[in-house]
Design a protein around this ligand. Structure first.
Ligand code: SAH
Length: 372
């Protein structure tokens, strides 16, 4: 695979260049692009509008599917988790979350993650490598095929969140390229405003995103209202402390258009960052920087061997009320897919067989027939 060009990695103009090199007319590039991104074909064999000899030629030098689906897990709440292997055998995870109005796909930007957030299971993998743009696009194609049927037109718009494994802003170029490819009107047609990218606080990239006109929405993982606590929970804070992070957020906020908002994510850890005092500190911090974000409270998703418990729901509610009383718009996020290790901070390439003890009932929910 490594020596074959992944066509999912190419924009339509780049595909045009490749087709020209093969001595084929330009309309072939449009056909191939539509086959990959509009019909979500996973092999050249499915591209019956291309002549057979051309499909053979493409097969020798290129591919449209490098991610191998290893397992698929189905949650009791309908959430699906996909565990892939890259061509070089590294894990990649994607989550499909069905919702009443609009479905959401959560994709990974890296295999593993270099950040050491103490509440996140993915941290335990360390960074394996950055994903290529095509590997990000493939995750979405496979999830859509699985959810709606191979090549079937999606019944409604889908939202994407870059909140899977990895720090998207440490793989900025590939991330932005994938977002451009997915926005193509002749392709998946997922426009950037349907995409939200979450960062642990890579300040230079927040500032860079502020200058890009056609950009995804931004979420920032905060987890603590003081440097002292944030240093402990998210070591990236030592590199970019709250002062720098929040002033970058302020500049980002200034670049928003009317009606647009950005989000802070705040994971609620029982007895660690969830007191009334923390809520007041958080509200004061946001007010001091004159920020008007949306705050999402995420109850911690527990996972062995992480040393935390989720805050009780009354605590989350009290925390929310304090923030609201100080003018901060706050929402409580409902955990999804916890039972199959698909929830925030639970992606660690766990497969059924790896689970010791009570968690081994994951096997039960493993879907055996892989049809995507
Ligand atoms: N690296 C990026 C994107 C991945 S994390 C970032 O940090 O934003 C996506 C979200 O999951 C973050 O908001 C993070 O705070 C949250 N999260 C991580 N571990 C969690 C856990 N165990 N329970 C609940 N949320 C968690």
């Amino acid at each position: 695979m490594a020596d074959r060009q992944n066509l999912c990695d190419l924009t339509q103009p780049e595909l045009g260049l490749l087709v020209a090199e093969l001595g084929e007319p330009p309309y072939r590039a449009r056909q191939i692009f539509a086959a990959i991104h509009r019909r979500r074909s996973r092999s050249f064999d499915e591209m019956s509008d291309l002549p057979k000899d051309m499909r053979l030629k493409l097969n020798q030098t290129a591919t449209v599917s490098t991610l191998k689906l290893e397992s698929r897990y189905l949650s009791t709440d309908g959430t699906r988790r996909y565990l892939f292997k890259t061509y070089d055998n590294l894990p990649v995870e994607t989550v499909f979350i069905p919702e009443e109005r609009r479905d959401t796909i959560c994709f990974s930007s890296q295999s593993g993650c270099p950040l050491q957030c103490t509440f996140c299971l993915t941290a335990q993998l360390g960074l394996l490598r950055n994903l290529a743009a095509g590997e990000i696009v493939e995750q979405i194609i496979v999830a859509l095929n699985d959810a709606y049927g191979s090549g079937v037109k999606t019944p409604r718009g889908t939202n994407l969140v870059g909140m899977g494994a990895g720090e998207p802003f440490l793989n900025f170029e590939a991330l932005m390229k994938a977002i451009r490819i997915m926005a193509e009107p002749k392709g998946l047609r997922i426009v950037p405003r349907r995409v939200t990218v979450s960062t642990a606080g890579v300040v230079p990239r927040i500032r860079e995103l502020a200058t890009i006109p056609d950009r995804p929405n931004l979420a920032i993982s905060l987890a603590a209202p003081t440097d002292e606590l944030r240093d402990e929970l998210m070591p990236i804070n030592k590199k970019w402390p709250l002062r720098e992070l929040l002033s970058a957020c302020k500049d980002f906020e200034r670049s928003l258009k009317r009606g647009e908002r950005f989000t802070f994510e705040y994971v609620m850890l029982d007895g660690v960052n969830d007191s009334d005092e923390h809520a007041r500190q958080l509200a004061n911090l946001l007010n001091r920087y004159e920020l008007r974000p949306k705050v999402n409270l995420i109850p911690h998703n527990p996972a062995e061997p992480l040393p935390y418990r989720p805050s009780p729901s009354e605590r989350v509610e009290a925390f929310r009320e304090i923030l609201e009383s100080k003018g901060v718009h706050t929402f409580v996020r409902k955990p999804r897919g916890r039972d199959i290790f698909a929830a925030c901070g639970q992606l660690a390439a766990r497969s059924g067989a790896d689970f010791p003890g009570p968690l081994s009932n994951l096997r039960r929910t493993r879907v055996e027939s892989l049809t995507v």
